[in-house]
Design a protein. Structure first.
Length: 130
């Protein structure tokens, strides 16, 4: 008789366990998706900064060409709200074009705020010749 009473007391516990573990599994899945999305956005921003720096470092390029290339690449990828700055500097005695991009990664879910990302690209400025 005691076995039946104990069995009846456990009735419905599988439903509660399933509901609780499902919430945890979904939360972990969304967290992994958010990290993957942030890594993708950072990779795209780094690529755009490097390409823009190379465009600005060409003989016929310049700061304006670097900024325009960065904005074009960001517009293609949907990153219209990114901040772009470019300038020529000297690193180790070599003239370098540097492009900095700052953007915000949106959160997939309704909670939290976006993550600010900053990346930069550099390219050696081509010699204008004699």
């Amino acid at each position: 008789m005691r076995f039946r009473v104990a069995w009846r007391d456990e009735r419905g516990s599988a439903v509660a366990e399933n509901a609780m573990t499902s919430v945890v599994i979904v939360a972990v899945f969304l967290l992994v998706c958010q990290f993957a999305y942030a890594a993708h956005v950072r990779s795209s921003l780094t690529m755009a900064a490097a390409e823009a720096a190379r465009a600005g470092a060409r003989v016929d390029g310049g700061v304006d060409a670097a900024q325009a290339k960065a904005r074009d690449l960001l517009a293609e990828g949907g990153g219209r709200h990114a901040g772009v700055s470019a300038g020529s500097t000297s690193e180790a005695g070599v003239a370098v074009m540097r492009v900095d991009i700052t953007a915000q990664v949106p959160v997939l879910g309704p909670f939290g705020v976006g993550l600010d990302l900053h990346t930069s690209g550099r390219a050696v400025i081509e010699d204008r010749g004699p």
